[in-house]
Design a protein around this ligand. Structure first.
Ligand SMILES: Cc1ncc(C[n+]2csc(CCOP(=O)(O)OP(=O)(O)O)c2C)c(N)n1
Ligand code: SF4
Length: 305
């Protein structure tokens, strides 16, 4: 041990949000590492609040964290959370191994839209198909934040990014539709501008037996907001847009660009173009879970049957 003392607190700190930041521990400075106005701070706070409110033992809910700006959420989540970093897009593979090795654990995956629906798309499909008991949180900021604001599979049509200076012209991926088609058993989408609903869905997912997928729409002010106007998604209305260069403008835009699933039923495809449909899309408590079936087969094999 160096003369600076222990690297990390060994006992539960007074403040439940305290994390293992070396600087924070030594200097009592627990500032987040995100840009000012980033939505990940809200997510970290709500996440820890759910654990505190529900008196959940974080040791039974290990975090498997993909690669992106949200990786820094480790500095905001409950101090006792167990954390594993995955290769970019490969968190579902780790969650599968963890669940089979110790079925008492319920892994929680932190993933970005790029991590989960881009490079990790294939892994995402197969964890949903198997209905492995875990929670997958997809943080959709419509961009690759960590690497400099490149377009992601989720970037809205007509949006500007560092790799689409002439505006995005590709069709976007829809994480909810993909999860539905692949077979996850609890599926929802919400935004950081709806914090209470996020907590409700997250609590439900923690109790659900099977793959839960929650897509969370969150602002990246630095790369997405500053390059785009707040009339994105409403171009047909002919509104003059304003740059979304602060979090208030982005949160306001996220709210206006979100449509409740019940409302969406009465809207045309054209009206829903570039919108975020929010709400719950599937809740199937009867679908068999993978690790339970796997253990039964393992027992049969051990008995030589
Ligand atoms: C195999 C591999 N390819 C590429 C990268 C570079 N890389 C790191 S993060 C990232 C994109 C992250 O985007 P997203 O998942 O949307 O998270 P955000 O940063 O927006 O929160 C990329 C391409 C990597 N780390 N590993
Ligand atoms: S680049 Fe975007 S996503 Fe990353 S920390 Fe900054 S605001 Fe958040």
């Amino acid at each position: 041990m160096s003369g600076l003392g222990p690297r990390y607190p060994t006992e539960k700190p007074d403040h439940p949000y305290v994390q293992f930041s070396m600087g924070g521990y030594l200097f009592g400075n627990y500032n987040s590492l995100f840009c000012a106005g980033c939505g990940y701070g809200i997510i970290g706070h709500l996440f820890t609040r759910v654990f505190e409110d529900e008196k959940i033992d974080p040791k039974l809910f290990p975090l498997i964290i993909g690669i992106g700006c949200y990786t820094q959420l480790i500095t905001l989540v409950h101090h006792a959370s167990q954390k594993v970093f995955a290769l970019h897009g490969r968190a579902p593979a780790l969650a599968t191994g963890m669940k089979i090795a110790n079925p008492k654990l319920k892994p929680i995956i932190f993933s970005g839209d790029g991590d989960c629906l881009g490079i990790g798309g294939n892994h995402f499909i197969h964890i949903c198909r198997r209905n492995i008991d875990c929670v997958i949180l997809i943080f959709n900021n419509s961009i690759y934040g960590m690497t400099g604001g490149q377009s992601a599979p989720t970037t809205l049509y007509g949006a500007e990014s560092t790799t689409t200076p002439y505006k995005m012209f590709e069709n976007r991926s829809d994480g909810v539709k993909l999860a539905l088609a692949a077979g996850a058993s609890y599926i929802a989408r919400i935004t950081v501008a709806h914090p209470r609903t996020f907590m409700k869905y997250f609590k439900k997912a923690l109790k659900h037996k099977g793959t839960s997928v929650i897509e969370v729409i969150t602002p990246c002010v630095t790369y997405f907001g500053r390059r785009n106007l707040n009339n994105l998604g409403a171009e047909n209305l002919g509104l003059e847009g304003e740059k979304m260069d602060n979090t208030l403008k982005m949160l306001d835009w996220i709210r206006r660009n979100s449509v409740r699933v019940n409302q969406a039923k009465f809207m045309t495809e054209e009206e829903l173009f570039n919108k975020y449909i929010i709400g719950e899309f599937k809740y199937d408590q009867d679908k068999p879970e993978y690790s339970e079936k796997y253990i039964k087969i393992q027992k049969l094999a051990m008995e030589g049957k």
